[in-house]
Design a protein around this ligand. Structure first.
Ligand code: CMP
Length: 144
């Protein structure tokens, strides 16, 4: 079934000039771009996005990281988009991610792992609504 998912290219991806390289991987997989913007993330948005991690030892550091520079927010649409994007990204820890994945090819860190992707269809809907207004998303024809 067709799904939408939220992908963030975090500040390390922008700073390292990997926006094109990473975006190309989602594109060439066949996913459709339904939303795209460059965001200077506020502390408030970062707290909402990472609310599930509040209280964890890495929480404050994670907020500092996400607000440290511009982030690219993307919405990708396509068949099984949530799982497909997570497969393309690799595991959370870059050091444990296999070659061929985004993190496996370009990340060695756990925190500075270049990308975020929604982990379920339910969270995808919540995260898309947090990062995008309805009118910022494109509606494609079903056959596109
Ligand atoms: P993300 O997929 O965006 O979801 C939560 C983020 O927290 C994760 O990517 C990492 O950037 C970060 N993270 C997860 N676990 C750790 C950890 N053990 N130490 C530091 N950062 C972490």
């Amino acid at each position: 079934t067709t799904q939408r998912t939220l992908i963030l290219l975090k500040p390390d991806a922008v700073q390292r000039r990997l926006v094109g390289e990473i975006t190309a991987r989602f594109e060439r997989k066949g996913l459709r771009l339904a939303g795209l913007k460059l965001v200077q993330v506020s502390r408030e948005l970062a707290e909402k996005h990472y609310a599930v991690h509040k209280g964890k030892p890495f929480y404050e550091s994670l907020l500092t990281f996400l607000t440290s520079g511009p982030t690219v927010a993307l919405v990708w649409e396509g068949r099984e988009a949530v799982a497909v994007c997570r497969t393309l990204m690799g595991m959370t820890d870059g050091a444990k991610s296999p070659p061929g994945t985004i993190r496996g090819d370009f990340a060695l860190s756990v925190q500075n792992n270049l990308v975020h992707g929604s982990d379920s269809l339910e969270n995808a809907a919540i995260e898309i609504a947090l990062w995008f207004k309805d009118e910022e998303l494109v509606n494609f024809a079903a056959t596109d």
